[in-house]
Structure formats: structure tokens, C-alpha cells
Design a binder for this molecule. Structure first.
Ligand SMILES: [Fe+2]
Ligand SMILES: [Fe+2]
Length: 305
């Protein structure tokens, strides 16, 4: 069988909705694109824990502290699960982490921004996790079976994160003037990064991930799904969205966003976001500081074997 024959057979399987397992034959561009995608997802879980972790010591009550701690712990756990899936595609976890902390690979754009106050914790828990859940639900249908399986578990935990975020949001929305201001101020700063969340419009002819059904929805479809779900809820709570062009299209029933300025997004992609370097240097410091633990553990495992 030639490479072309195998490729045609693989594409037929994908188009028929079949799933691919780790040991199945797969074309090189499938393996590489899937690895890169899952690696970036894992990086984002691990880096995404940092902006929220900063607020654990400053949580306004013990109950909030506990739920935020549990959420941060979950996110790091998601990173572990995803690195495990990615490593089966041919790159060690060590190499993935080294590449992340030295800025050679990417993590999600929303985690390059500062958190200024408790209102940001509400925004992250409700809207960022909400945006992530829209993507992650779409991945339940992913053609790479181990990734789809792990997404099942992650999505169920993400539901809890959403409740946590919703609960803080409702508390702020029903609170004092200062509490309502905190949510609105967070919204004003986070709305643009949230619009960037799914990335610029997809080009289905060039997107290998769509061709191989690793992703089943385009960036615009995901963004639209998010807008239609969240915009009415945010407006119902009496908050304003910082987008003059945002309007409801009665014909399609959809919420249409105004023009998106992609310059800040591309800056973040180049590693020049407002907190990119600070967060990476934190991860680098922890990685170096805990090197002795990894070495001691691998040595004792080696001896035990
Ligand atoms: Fe997560
Ligand atoms: Fe989450």
C-alpha cells in the first residue's frame, strides 16, 4: 500500500466519523497538528491556573478560598491529563514543559493578561471557563479517541467551574455598588481578550484540524455560540458590554459583534502580552526550584525497578 493509498483510506475513516487510536496508522500532518493542539491545550491549563492562583490568599471568605483552590487544582490536573495524551503522540512531557517555559510553544491568549481584583475572578470563572467549555464540548466529537475520552472528564469538571464562576458573578451583581463596579470593570478589560478567545476566522481549506475533524467547528461558529449564550445573560444582569457595534439580528436571532481589533491578539501570540514574561518566569522558577524532587523521584523509581 502506498502512502497515498493509506492517506485516502485514513481520510475515508475520518469522514465516516471513525475515531483514531494512538497505535493506528496516521498521516504525519495529523500526528503533528494534533500533538501541537493538545500540547497548547495542556500548556493553557497549567498557565491558566496562575492568574486565579494569585487570588487564593485574597479570597473574600473561606468558602470562596476553598472553591477557588479546588478549581486551580483541577486546572493543573487537566494539564497533567492532557500532557499524558500529547506525549503518546511522540514528544516527552519534559520537552513540552521546557518548550513552554522558554517561550518556544504557546499558551492561550486570555492567560497573558493581569487580574486586578476579585471581579476578574468572577469573569474568569464564568466567562473564560464558559468560553472554554464551548470549545471543549465541541472536542468531545474529536477524531482522536484518547483526546475525546479525556475531554469527557475535563468537561464534567468544567461544569463545576462554571457554577463557581456564576455564583461569584451573581453575588457581585446583587451586591453593593462597589461589587457591581468590580464586575463591570472586569468586563470592560476582559471583553476584547474574550472576543479573541477562539482566534481569527478559520480558513477551512488550510485548517488541517478541521479537515481531519480534530476540531469540528470553525472559530466563528464557536464565537457565535458563545455570544448567543452569554450576551443576553450579561445584559439581563444589568451590565454593559464594551462593544459599540454589538447588536441583535432579529432575522438570524444571533448576537453580532462589532469590529474586532486583532493587533493585541497578535502581540500576545508573539509572546508580548502584558503578563507573558511574568507568568513564564514564575513557571521557570518553580520548574528549576523543584528539579531536585523530580531527580530524586526518578532515581528512586530507577532503583526500585
Ligand atoms: Fe480546565
Ligand atoms: Fe476550568
Amino acid at each position: 500500500m502506498t502512502y497515498e493509498d493509506k492517506l485516502a483510506e485514513f481520510q475515508t475513516r475520518i469522514d465516516a466519523g471513525e475515531k483514531v487510536e494512538t497505535n493506528d496508522w496516521m498521516p504525519d500532518d495529523y500526528r503533528l497538528a494534533t500533538l501541537k493542539f493538545i500540547e497548547m491545550h495542556a500548556n493553557s491549563e497549567v498557565m491558566g491556573a496562575l492568574p486565579e492562583r494569585e487570588w487564593i490568599p485574597r479570597a473574600p471568605s473561606l468558602r470562596r478560598k476553598m472553591s477557588l483552590t479546588a478549581k486551580v487544582q483541577d486546572e493543573v490536573g487537566h494539564g497533567q491529563l492532557l500532557y499524558r495524551v500529547a506525549e503518546d503522540l511522540g514528544k516527552t512531557r519534559e520537552a513540552m514543559f521546557e518548550d513552554l517555559i522558554h517561550g518556544r510553544t504557546k499558551f492561550h491568549n486570555v492567560f497573558h493578561y493581569p487580574t486586578e481584583h476579585w471581579g476578574d475572578v468572577a469573569i474568569i470563572g464564568w466567562l473564560i471557563d464558559g468560553a472554554a467549555l464551548v470549545t471543549q464540548r465541541a472536542l468531545l466529537d474529536c477524531s482522536y479517541a484518547p483526546y475525546a475520552r479525556v475531554m469527557k472528564r475535563i468537561c464534567s469538571e468544567e461544569q463545576l467551574h462554571l457554577r463557581h464562576g456564576e455564583d461569584i458573578t451573581l453575588e457581585l451583581a446583587n451586591g453593593t455598588e462597589r461589587q457591581r463596579w468590580m464586575f463591570q470593570d472586569g468586563l470592560d478589560r476582559w471583553w476584547e481578550p474574550i472576543m479573541h478567545f477562539y482566534g481569527p476566522p478559520s480558513n477551512p481549506d488550510k485548517d488541517v484540524l478541521l479537515k481531519y475533524r480534530v476540531k469540528s467547528k470553525s472559530n466563528e461558529e464557536l464565537r457565535q455560540e458563545f455570544l448567543d449564550h452569554y450576551v443576553p445573560r450579561i445584559l439581563d444582569l444589568g451590565f454593559e458590554l464594551p462593544d459599540n457595534g454589538l447588536h441583535h439580528d432579529s432575522e438570524s436571532g444571533q448576537w453580532i459583534h462589532g469590529e474586532i481589533d486583532w493587533d493585541p491578539f497578535w502581540k500576545v501570540v508573539k509572546g508580548e502580552g502584558p503578563r507573558t514574561e511574568a507568568r513564564l518566569s514564575k513557571r521557570r522558577a518553580v520548574w528549576d526550584h523543584h528539579r531536585w524532587v523530580r531527580e530524586a523521584l526518578s532515581e528512586s523509581i530507577w532503583k526500585a525497578a
